[in-house]
Write a protein that binds this ligand. Structure first.
Ligand code: NAD
Length: 418
């Protein structure tokens, strides 16, 4: 007889599991929970793009606005072959809770286009971004929905979005965040998510009374989040022993020279091949013995299957939703603490908030002001979460959802949504 296998949860079902558990602990009204189960609005758009070879390719794109009780919708735009509607919906839900946890005056949204940006030219990406913006423009607005970069998109993508939106609706720099500084972007937005991740690592080391100098860190992903985490954590004294990207990874148990990795990356376009280090696959990298394991690339990389083999002392979720619920259950049973994504990678949306306020005020903060304010916010929220965890005897992810669901539910009720 075969043992029945639990059906695999979709990304949005996984997020909802955390929300339902939190609603149970908080005794949240069933009407509020019912409202939060689905999105307020989901746009699915057909995006025809004339490719460089003159052939027409039709992409599918989405903008999901999950809940806006606490303010304008906020969330990144992902260009990735796996960015389907359910993944984008799950990420929009996470944004609702992330913004609430950080106490930012935003609701949650996310956008995505199913495409492979690595296989597209700059001109194709420019046309795709403009067509996408044209198709979702009617649901955006500086006080309605403000996109930002995510996987596969960057400051250049935001410049194209801002320009395409402006051509139709008038010059509006605050319509997106994560723009180039020359177009009204905030100093420090590029490093913000990584700085937030590294700040959480430093604060956790203080809580467990360890010294970053004695801690070995493994990072999966060397894009915006992974590379900045590596740089700033190295500056803080952590020893980065392994890093990777889609082409492969490198491992040196004595520590990698991150400045030298950056130089190699600039030439090779990948961390793979860096020396002195041994090559390692992305799967094996996740199972290296280390103090802090930082998944900073794709979602759902730690599952029920590989979680029993994870040898990190602590997992720091820099990517969104890098652990499946069954993987989470295994890590919890093994008493491996997990710092949740809604806290760890919230530095990005926090500086996006600073950028939005600077745009509205037509004013600019210095890099040092941005870094100081970001660190204040990350440190305060980190300790609020730790205090709640200790008070309620909950896990950090549970405490994060409890704090944020309380805030979202309060706003929903005050505004009379239910
Ligand atoms: P990015 O596109 O800049 O980098 C992604 C990295 O992941 C690259 O190094 C890429 O090579 C690697 N990668 C892609 N596919 C992989 C695979 N199959 N195996 C291993 N590595 C792979 O993206 P990013 O902005 O750094 O985002 C990374 C994660 O952080 C995502 O989960 C994103 O949602 C999350 N996040 C990003 C921000 C932000 O400000 N950029 C904010 C919050 C959360």
């Amino acid at each position: 007889m075969t043992t029945p296998v639990a059906p695999k949860l979709s990304p949005s079902e996984s997020v909802l599991q955390s929300v339902f558990a939190s609603a149970g602990r908080l005794n949240t009204s069933t009407e509020v929970v019912e409202l939060l189960k689905t999105s307020w609005r989901e746009v699915r758009a057909q995006i025809p793009v004339r490719m460089d070879n003159r052939k027409l390719q039709i992409f599918e794109g989405y903008r999901v606005q999950h809940n806006g009780a606490r303010g304008p919708y906020k969330g990144g735009v992902r260009f990735h072959p796996l960015a389907d509607l359910d993944e984008v919906r799950a990420l929009a839900m996470l944004m609702t809770y992330k913004c609430a946890l950080m106490d930012l005056p935003f609701g949650g949204a996310k956008g995505g286009v199913m495409c492979d940006p690595a296989r597209m030219s700059e001109t194709e990406l420019n046309r795709l971004t403009r067509a996408y913006t044209q198709h979702i423009g009617m649901v955006l607005g500086i006080n309605r929905d403000v996109p930002a970069p995510d996987m596969g998109t960057n400051a250049q993508t935001m410049a194209w979005m801002m320009d395409a939106y402006g051509q139709r609706y008038g010059y509006t720099p605050g319509i997106v965040t994560g723009k180039p500084v020359e177009l009204g972007g905030s100093f420090g937005r590029d490093q913000a998510t990584g700085r937030g991740v590294a700040t959480c690592m430093r604060e956790f080391s203080l809580v467990e009374k360890t010294n970053p100098r004695d801690l070995k860190v493994v990072i999966q992903g060397y894009g915006n989040v992974g590379s900045w985490t590596a740089r700033i954590a190295a500056e803080m004294g952590f020893t980065i022993v392994a890093v990777s990207d889609v082409k492969g990874g490198v491992h040196n148990p004595d520590g990698l020279d991150i400045a030298a990795v950056d130089k190699h990356f600039a030439v090779a376009g990948s961390v793979a091949g860096f020396e002195p280090a041994d090559p390692i696959t992305n799967d094996d990298l996740l199972e290296l013995p280390c103090d802090y394991l930082v998944p900073a690339a794709l979602g759902e990389v730690i599952t029920g299957e590989n979680a029993p083999r994870i040898r990190a002392r602590v997992v720091i979720e820099a990517a969104n939703h890098p652990i499946t619920p069954d993987g989470d259950a295994v890590l919890n049973a093994r008493k491996i603490p997990v710092l949740p994504d809604v806290l760890v990678n919230a530095g990005g949306v926090t500086v996006s908030y600073f950028e939005w306020t600077q745009n509205i005020q037509q004013f600019r903060w210095s890099l040092q002001e941005v870094i100081t304010e970001l660190e204040k916010k990350m440190v305060a929220t980190f300790h609020e979460l730790m205090t709640r965890t200790a008070k309620d005897g909950t896990l950090p992810r549970q405490a994060a959802f409890d704090i944020s669901l309380e805030r979202v539910a309060k706003a929903i009720t005050l505004r009379g949504f239910v």
